[in-house]
Structures are given as structure tokens and as C-alpha cells.
Design a protein around this ligand. Structure first.
Ligand SMILES: Cc1cc2nc3c(=O)[nH]c(=O)nc-3n(C[C@H](O)[C@H](O)[C@H](O)COP(=O)(O)O)c2cc1C
Length: 411
């Protein structure tokens, strides 16, 4: 079965008799690996108690009203921004109408408006309500805006009638939700990613390193797998679990990372260098644990340049670098793109508390020869999926050019 590991799903439950299935849906979404935040409309809370959903989701349920405590921090905006998917199941006819009109008259409707991520609805209503032109018009408008419509199914209804309008079964909704993340954009491609910091030993117990957490590289590995790629992840020392279906190779120091990447780079279609590799290492690591001294001078030497060495290979993969900068981000990144002969560079500003190193959020500026795209501030998981989509597009475009002009060096 397709998985929803690490996906943050904001589950909206609205006023339909099918709301009771929401309990099973929460359980199944969690079994598939998702983190579920339930938000209920006034109607939804008439059909099933928030307590049940709170117990099953393991999180407080947010209700229709705007809660003063959550709102002190503009809670509805952060709830919407955190979600990888907003899923409304069941979606009542009334809620679909409000959604189609772009209303923000309760918490759930406001969240749908405030979310930039994907939105899916699983309609549930009596067959007559379903076939009304008003309902069908609303659905049509929502589809045109890119809203995913799951179902409905057809069959016996709670009102005793038979026909279309039944909410799909929870397991069908889980499968359709998981399929939204499996894009197939890199089907059959081999992708190599490096991630995390490196540790450069000073003595037997101390090392030089940096604040990279590895979260962005790991999120990219997960997104690349979902896009259908065979992914190898070369990771520096991080405290992160290996994403499913990813081959992981653990290394400590830059020289090991260099060897692990260079050994494999020629067989890859795409290489994404998301690791924060130390530029320097100690020329001569001290033996044992060095004793305190009044002054200690440490001589540093340059580490090998992984990116430069990969793009210098006679048959090198489509190569994407990262540039973490504290100022003049775009200028430095453009220079690095050219200097290292990269196909793409992903620039991010670090040293700000709300993004970049160690943070769950990031904001990226992606540059390539003749183009640029900004990926606005958001959770690293979502940004990783957007970045993988962009990489797949650019990789496809370069492949097309290579085919048009005959065999190109390096591709
Ligand atoms: C017993 C009962 C069952 C209902 N079932 C449904 C339903 O399955 N689908 C639907 O769209 N509306 C149904 N309704 C009507 C909605 O609950 C009503 O439109 C409500 O205002 C929706 O609220 P919401 O938009 O806050 O979710 C039902 C109403 C009652 C009294």
C-alpha cells in the first residue's frame, strides 16, 4: 500500500451523517504514517464528538470558532501552512458551496483559503443533493481551481435511498490521498543526494562541524522516491530516520562523503548536493584527547570539492547544488552556478531563526542558466516536493535539448 509517512494532514470534518466514518479515517491515516490534525465545522461537531477524534488523532481538535489562544499566534495561518494536504472528509453540500464561494465564515473555511498546499474533498450527501445543479456547479468550480475531488461512491444511503453521493470508504480516501504525493515525475531515474553536516576530527573526541540538520536533504530523498526515483542518500552524522525505500550510506568526514559520492555519481541521472560539507579539516588531527593549553593553533587544509569533481566527470549526472548564504544570496549563488558548472543551484538565506539550518521551514530561490524561481517560506517537506518537481522539469528540458542536438558532453 502507498504510504503517507511524515505527511501532515489537516482533516476537516463537516456536517454529514458520514462524519462517523471520520473516526476510522483518522485511524487509517495514522496507520499509513500521517500526522493528523482534525478541524471540525459546527455541523461536523453535531455528528461526532471532538473527544473521539482527539483520542484517535492524539491531538486537540480545533472547532468551528476562532479560538483566542490559538489565534494569539495567528494559529489558523500556521495550521494551514504546516499542512501537506488539507482533506475535507466528509465534505457536506453546504461546505462545498462555501468553499466554491471562497468564504471564510468559520475556522475550516478560513484554513482552506489560507492554505497554499493541495486541497482534496470527499463529498457525502443524499443523491438528490448531489445531483442538484447548484452542487454540481460548485464542484465544477472547485475542480477548475485544482481541488481534488475524491468520489463520491454510489449505493445505499443513510436516508434509505440508493444512488450517487455516498462518501468513499476510509481506505479508498487514504489510497487516493497517498497517490497525490506519488507523482511519477522521476519514474525509473536514479537520484543521488548528499545531506547533513560533516564532522572533521580535531582529536579523538572533538570535531569541526556546522549547524546543518540534514532535514532538507532527507525531505528531498523522500520526495524523489515519491516521484518514482531510485534514491541513494549519502548522509553525514544526523539524528534522522532513513526515509522508506531509500538506500542510505552513512559517512562522517568530507573526504568520506567525497569518496561515497564520486564512487556512484557516474551511474546516476541526477545528483543533488544538499550536504553542508566542511570546507576545511585539521591538517593533522591530534592524537588522543588533547590536553588544555594556554593557546592552541590548529592548521586547517581544504577539503576536496565534491560538486566540482562531480561536474568534471566525463559522464556526469544533472547536478544541483545548494548555496547557504547570509547575505547577497542571489549574487553568490549565480557565481557558484557558473563557477562549478552546475545545472541548477538552490539558494537559501541562513542565519535567520525562522528558516534554513535546524529549522523545519525554509524559503528557496532556485537558479539556472537563463531562469529563476522562488519557492516561498514553507515546511521543508512541501518545499522538497516543489523542488523535485522543478528539478524533474529542468532535467527533462535538458534531456530534450540533448536529444535534439545529438549526444552532449556529460549528459
Ligand atoms: C440528520 C442529518 C443528516 C445530514 N446529512 C448530510 C449529509 O450527509 N450531507 C450533507 O451535505 N448535508 C447533510 N445534512 C445537512 C448539513 O448538516 C447542514 O447543511 C449543515 O449546515 C452543514 O454544516 P457545515 O457546513 O458546518 O458542515 C444533514 C442534516 C441532518 C439533520
Amino acid at each position: 500500500m502507498k504510504r503517507l509517512t511524515n505527511k501532515r494532514i489537516l482533516l476537516g470534518i463537516t456536517g454529514s451523517v458520514a462524519a462517523y466514518k471520520g473516526a476510522d479515517l483518522v485511524r487509517r491515516l495514522r496507520d499509513a504514517g500521517a500526522e493528523v490534525q482534525v478541524v471540525m465545522t459546527r455541523g461536523g461537531a453535531e455528528f461526532i464528538t471532538p473527544l473521539t477524534l482527539q483520542a484517535l488523532s492524539g491531538r486537540p481538535v480545533f472547532l468551528h470558532h476562532l479560538d483566542t489562544e490559538t489565534e494569539a499566534a495567528m494559529g489558523h495561518i500556521s495550521l494551514a501552512r504546516r499542512a501537506d494536504l488539507v482533506l475535507i472528509a466528509p465534505a457536506s453540500a453546504d461546505f462545498l458551496a462555501r468553499l466554491a464561494q471562497g468564504r471564510a465564515d468559520d475556522l475550516l473555511a478560513t484554513l482552506c483559503l489560507a492554505s497554499a498546499g493541495p486541497l482534496a474533498v470527499a463529498p457525502a450527501m443524499n443523491r438528490q443533493m448531489w445531483s442538484q445543479p447548484a452542487t454540481q456547479d460548485n464542484l465544477q468550480r472547485l475542480r477548475q481551481r485544482g481541488v481534488h475531488v475524491f468520489g463520491p461512491g454510489s449505493g445505499g444511503q443513510a436516508c434509505g435511498e440508493t444512488g450517487p453521493g455516498r462518501m468513499l470508504e476510509p481506505q479508498e480516501i487514504v489510497a487516493l490521498s497517498a497517490a497525490l504525493f506519488d507523482t511519477g515525475l522521476l519514474q525509473g531515474r536514479r537520484v543521488l543526494i548528499d545531506a547533513g553536516p560533516t564532522h572533521e576530527d580535531i582529536d579523538a573526541v572533538r570535531y569541526l562541524s556546522n549547524r546543518s540538520s540534514g532535514k532538507m536533504g532527507f525531505a528531498l530523498a523522500e520526495a524523489a522516491v515519491e516521484a518514482g526515483a531510485a534514491v541513494t542518500l549519502v548522509s553525514g552524522p544526523v539524528a534522522l530516520p532513513t526515509p522508506e525505500r531509500v538506500t542510505r550510506i552513512d559517512v562522517r568526514a568530507a573526504e568520506q562523503m567525497h569518496a561515497a559520492v564520486l564512487d556512484r555519481a557516474q551511474e546516476q541521472d541526477i545528483f543533488i548536493a544538499a550536504a553542508a560539507v566542511s570546507d576545511y579539516r585539521a591538517a593533522q588531527p591530534l592524537p588522543g584527547k588533547a590536553k588544555k593549553q594556554a593557546r592552541l593553533t590548529l592548521e586547517l587544509v581544504r577539503n576536496p570539492d565534491i560538486l566540482r569533481d562531480v561536474t568534471a566527470l566525463p559522464r556526469h549526472p544533472f547536478t544541483v547544488g545548494f548555496a547557504a548564504e547570509t547575505e547577497n544570496v542571489e549574487d553568490y549563488a549565480r557565481a557558484k552556478l557558473r563557477d562549478k558548472a552546475l545545472d541548477m543551484i538552490v539558494a537559501n538565506e541562513v542565519g535567520r531563526g525562522d528558516r534554513g539550518f535546524e529549522s523545519d521551514d525554509n524559503e528557496l530561490l532556485v537558479l539556472w542558466e537563463g531562469g529563476r524561481k522562488r519557492l516561498p517560506l514553507g515546511p521543508k517537506g512541501r518545499l522538497a516536493r516543489e523542488l523535485i518537481t522543478l528539478i524533474a522539469e529542468r532535467y527533462g528540458a535538458e534531456e530534450d535539448t540533448a536529444q535534439d542536438t545529438g549526444p552532449a558532453a556529460g549528459q
